[in-house]
Design a protein around this ligand. Structure first.
Ligand code: B12
Length: 225
């Protein structure tokens, strides 16, 4: 039987699972998401989206190998955190669906299959009050800058949502990321050049190496606002 789960308890569960920060969004607030990528498309009875964030260390930003290793470790641990949190909430009698950082669905895009996440985690994080999406197309948080990695848990528990973080014009006239991107992927966010950006992800010796993360480091808010 479901217990009276509170936001405070859910956030405590999230922090205990290893997150640095936890926010809650109402599933009904994803009306602007494209069809197929709303929480209710993934879990029909979803009422709340719990978003987990954990920051990578700024010390990895000076070295491609260290950044890549940290990215791989962070993504695995974010997926694990969402599973642990989902299991904990299930024990309280609610239905849950953890959103892994890598899983998703294949969609036909211009004749070729492209992999998408189940929902956009950065939009979920923005709705859950964890920060603002900047011109670099990354969620930026006042304390952790744009170094958060994200995961989420969908649940049928009705939880009071957090307020959106109020920083309407964060980027203002700054255009550093747009100008620095080597493939100009950020010139028009509606047509973000995924292929161009992906060309900076390389497989070397059967391992993924990320060659570029300038959109993170060039931002004046990389380490916080
Ligand atoms: C596929 C993917 C990529 C692709 C494409 C990226 C892209 N920008 O589309 C590639 C490989 C290029 C990539 C690159 C990177 N990625 Co990436 N990526 C993902 C992944 C796995 C899925 C994204 C997705 O399919 N979303 C769903 C689709 C539908 O969303 P979309 O295309 O962004 O949305 C468009 C619309 O559909 C609409 N929309 C979609 N949903 C919603 C919801 C609402 C409410 C609204 C209003 C609109 C809306 O708005 C957009 C504009 O039209 C996510 C994890 C996740 N599940 O979110 C990580 C993720 C977004 N990536 C992340 C990161 C860090 C990176 C890199 C920095 C990695 C690196 N190089 O170091 C780069 C930076 C790219 C950049 N500046 O955006 C982080 C972002 C963290 C943060 N702080 O913001 C995520 C969340 C991974 C994680 N688990 O933490 N990535």
């Amino acid at each position: 039987m479901a217990t009276g789960l509170t936001s405070a308890t859910v956030k405590e569960y999230g922090i205990n699972a290893g997150a640095d920060i936890v926010g809650i969004a109402a599933a009904k607030d994803f009306g602007m998401a494209p069809e197929g990528f709303r929480p209710a498309d993934v879990m029909p009875k979803c009422r709340s989206v719990i978003v987990l964030g954990a920051a990578s260390s700024p010390n990895v930003l000076n070295d491609i190998a260290e950044y890549t290793a940290s990215r791989n470790a962070m993504l695995s641990s974010m997926t694990e955190m969402s599973k642990v949190l989902a299991k904990r909430i299930r024990a309280d009698g609610y239905k849950t669906k953890p959103i892994s950082t890598t899983g998703g669905k294949w969609v036909d895009s211009g004749g070729r299959k492209e992999q998408f996440g189940y929902i956009s985690l950065k939009h979920a994080a923005e709705i859950a009050g964890l920060g603002v999406i900047g011109k670099n197309y990354l969620l930026t948080n006042p304390k952790y800058g744009n170094l958060l990695w994200l995961s989420a848990v969908l649940t049928d528990a009705e939880l009071p949502p957090d307020e959106k973080y109020g920083f309407a014009d964060m980027c203002s006239n700054c255009n550093r990321c747009v100008e620095a991107c080597p493939v100009r992927a950020l010139d028009d966010l509606a047509a973000f050049d995924k292929k161009g950006c992906s060309s900076h992800f390389k497989i070397e010796d059967k391992k993924l190496v990320i060659k570029c993360f300038l959109c993170r480091t060039i931002c004046p808010y990389c380490l916080g606002i």
